[in-house]
Design a protein around this ligand. Structure first.
Ligand SMILES: C[S@@+](CC[C@H](N)C(=O)[O-])C[C@H]1O[C@@H](n2cnc3c(N)ncnc32)[C@H](O)[C@@H]1O
Length: 456
């Protein structure tokens, strides 16, 4: 689909006061419906995934079952079909020189993120070099035109060295690279990142909100490029702006600098407005009883709030004595407590941390938000870490209840918690639906657990 087609579909691009354009719903969407699908234009697997996934369709295969490219021996495919498609879409330009390029000191000196950028930029240049100029309306040419229309990021970082020999000017390459930082995506399966990619139409369309009404998922199909789907997280009405999260909404302190340095905007979503009004956010108490008291108070408040003041932007409804729960360390302390207690079989401690975590999620995230995680902009620390799931948290809690119930005669309260956790996990995970690898996703695990429980 091209930018022009978009205007005649369920969504349209309309002027935005500072971010050039915004995506507006022309039809209503129910929670879970797909708003836009966009095929990858170029992507690159993380080094840790090489040989485990097909370099074309990202199908995850058992050890040794993929077919190695006989040219470079560094790319792997499901079969001849994936290999031929990848060859035509750019690999033939980079195959011969791939190994000398990646082993050169100029590539090796790059940090992990810039290495990924370098591979993507090489793939992009190879793809562009192969575009048929006589086929102006082909999907590839339209996708490249859309890529060229993307807003450049605020930081003018120098383009990394690239692989194929080409006849493009340094200025042209720099111009392509200037769009990377604020437009490219990480590609995940079950919300764990395995690649980086360029999805021009989605990048051209969706702005950020920390209380987004849409989320991103990836569909992997054998012999096809990776497909990104933008999915409604809740009901969207005609005229609503559709936004996705660029970073984890729980990064309440880091987020403003990331928007500023990586994306070049100031976020005025309801949640950011509350954070600004609250002002100085104190660290949570180190002392265990004081920490527990804050957790108790948080649970009481969340039990009475509907909806979250961070969702409505009404700072007058946010209790000042709970300011420390907005400190980023509060969520990580609780997550660590829950994980450690579940792992050690301390059922009561796990359940208690889970109740506080769930209250915090309800405060910080919009309804049905499936994923949480940490993100550090390149400029802030050079690292990205994995995503976890809110839905997955409920699944983990259900597993913890299940393990407890099979170890001893289950109490009624354990069974109630188990049923509630299965229902909560299903509610959140079903909205975003199956994503990434078709096998062994959280929804599959959830069905297995439900079956075991019903049989018992
Ligand atoms: C991926 S693009 C989104 C589409 C963009 N609006 C356009 O017209 O191409 C990211 C850029 O959009 C703008 N943007 C995204 N979310 C925004 C927001 N909430 N407020 C202001 N600008 C935003 C910033 O310029 C950012 O670098």
């Amino acid at each position: 689909m091209s930018l022009d087609d978009l205007q005649s579909k369920n969504i349209s691009l309309e002027p935005h006061p500072v971010g050039r354009s915004k995506c507006v719903a022309r039809n209503s969407f129910t929670a879970g419906s797909t708003i836009l699908s966009n095929l990858s234009f170029v992507d690159a697997l993380l080094p840790s995934e090489k040989g485990h996934r097909c370099d074309y369709c990202h199908h995850h295969a058992g050890p040794g079952s993929l077919k190695k490219c006989t040219g470079c021996a560094s790319f792997y495919y499901c079969d001849q079909t994936c290999q031929n498609k990848h060859w035509k879409s750019g690999h033939r330009k980079i195959c011969k020189t791939y190994n000398s390029y990646t082993s050169a000191s100029s590539f090796q000196a790059l940090d992990q993120h810039k290495k990924m950028d370098a591979l993507l930029l090489s793939g992009l240049v190879a793809r562009v070099a192969l575009l048929d100029v006589n086929e102006r309306n082909s999907e590839e040419n339209q996708a490249f035109l859309t890529f060229q229309s993307l807003l450049p990021g605020p930081m003018a970082a120098a383009a990394p060295p690239i692989n194929p020999k080409h006849s493009f000017s340094a200025e042209f390459i720099q111009n392509l690279y200037s769009r990377f930082e604020n437009n490219n995506h990480t590609i995940h399966s079950h919300f764990v990142t395995h690649a980086h990619g360029i999805f021009p139409l989605a990048s051209r369309s969706f702005n950020h909100s920390c209380m987004p009404n849409a989320g991103v998922k990836f569909v992997l199909q054998v012999h096809e490029p990776v497909k990104m789907e933008i999915v409604a997280l809740r009901a969207i009405s005609i005229g609503d702006e559709i936004c996705i999260p660029y970073i984890d909404p729980a990064l309440l302190q880091t987020r403003m600098s990331v928007f500023d340095l990586t994306y070049g905007f100031t976020c005025f979503c309801p949640s950011c407005n509350v954070i600004r009004k609250v002002g100085n956010i104190p660290e949570p108490p180190k002392d265990t009883p004081d920490f527990q008291a804050v957790c108790k108070r948080l649970r009481e408040f969340v039990g009475t709030m509907e909806p979250s003041p961070l969702f409505t932007g009404d700072d007058s409804r946010f209790p000042k004595d709970l300011a420390c729960v907005l400190h980023e360390s509060f969520i990580s302390t609780l997550s660590e407590q829950f994980s450690a207690a579940s792992h050690d079989g301390q059922y009561d401690v796990a359940l208690d941390s889970s109740a506080s975590l769930t209250a915090l999620y309800q405060l910080l995230y919009p309804p049905n938000y499936p994923q949480i995680g940490k993100y550090f902009a390149r400029t802030l620390g050079n690292q990205y870490s994995f995503y976890h799931l809110i839905g997955l948290h409920f699944l983990e809690k259900a597993k913890s209840c299940w393990n407890h119930s099979v170890r001893s005669t289950p109490e009624v309260s354990t069974v109630t918690e188990l049923e509630r956790s299965i229902a909560a996990a299903r509610e959140v995970l079903t909205v975003i639906g199956n994503e990434g690898d078709p096998d062994n996703g959280p929804l599959v695990e959830l069905s297995t657990l439900s079956r075991l429980y019903q049989r018992q």
